[in-house]
Design a protein around this ligand. Sequence first.
Ligand SMILES: [Zn+2]
Length: 462
Amino acid sequence: MMEYLNRLLVKMHSKPKFKFHAKCKNVGLTNLILVDDILLFSRGDVNSVQMLMNIVQIFSKTIGLVINPRKFKVFCGGMDRDTQNLLCRITDFEEGKLPMKYLGVPITSKRLSLHHYLPLIDKITHRMKHWTTKLLSYAGRISLVKSIVLAITQYWMQCLPLPQFVIHKIDQLCRTFVWTGDTTESRKSPVAWSTVCSPKSQGGKCIINLAMWNKITLLNCLWNLCKKSDNMWVKWVHMVYLKGEDVMVAQVVKDSSWIVKRILELRDQVLHIQSLWDSMLTHEKFRMNAVYDLLTNRDQNVDWRGLCCRNAARPRAVFTTWLICHGRLATKHRLKKFTVIRDSNCSLCHDEEETIAHLVFACRYTYDVWQRILAWINVNHLPLPWNEELRWVMEHTAKKGWKACLLKMAFIETLYGIWHRRNIVIFGPTSHTDIVYSIIDCIIYRGWQHHKIKKHIAHMLS
Ligand SMILES: [Zn+2]
């Protein structure tokens, strides 16, 4: 159907009385159609608008669809009030005000102001407030931030560069939500947000860095300008702003649109990814993830990177281990440092100060727990001080066999089990279950769902 409307409009282009909208003649642009949203353009004179309306009526009669005037609007620019009123009478449509929303994104003739981005921020806040946030663990909140918030943001980024303020605000919302489960509370984050956003191999949680992703969507536009000659927007930019010059060397014209300026400013960035850029041009495909990895993977990998990746343990157990490895678990020693509490004695043995190194596994209570778990999985080893133990586990889980999988999972479930029991001792309710049995239950449950470990768990239970 829309193809028919397009053909009618193309036929109209050649008629001398019809005048195109400013800068649209060279690309022959009179309409943008996406599913059932239609934008029609012409110069704001009576003849051109009348001709557009005639086409719409022919289309309506042929197809049998009747236009609902309340759903259409006329947007005028650079003309006097009388002409605007006249055009509204000709079309029988109301006058619309810019910015208008097209497919959920604001469209205006000028640079968008900060308040135009508020619907995006409101949408993210709304999603966060509607989740049953109090029931989610840290790991669950990180998953939600990764999957939903960034999907909403990316949708906007595909059309518009986000200003620094907006990116900062969204980062702040995500950060507060991950650490507190709310959007209004704010407290010091245990781990820096830049670390949380870094790749897992560098000790992060792989949440996309919005500022960097924003840059990459603009690089994608630059790549399109270099390669996609059949795209209407690309044709427009080449005709109106670049005027036949090479994209990579063209002068930035002063009256260029602010989006085109932002895109062309990024040409220097291509030098940092030159060989990937050339390869993408050759293969005619822009690889956003590859560009992102290349521009962000600049830090050193952490030694314990293999521990939290592809671990069969529960996500909340992996998260606790991640905090321990960063040295950011909220132990009594750490809370005392921030003057939150005065007593920093270990709640499990009451012998020494509760530091991470004490909890795992200098404490006589936790030493015994880990030793019994090791015995249950048939590993002959005596627990060492934390850093050495971590190194020992990394060495013995470097391979991909079932033994490595089981040890890695048992280690992480034990760390979580100890932390969980410590919290129960402090906050209640009292538990009379042997902690080792609780940890073994979790190992059996998680191992049963893992193809490499299942049969060995069955053998251990028989
Ligand atoms: Zn202790």
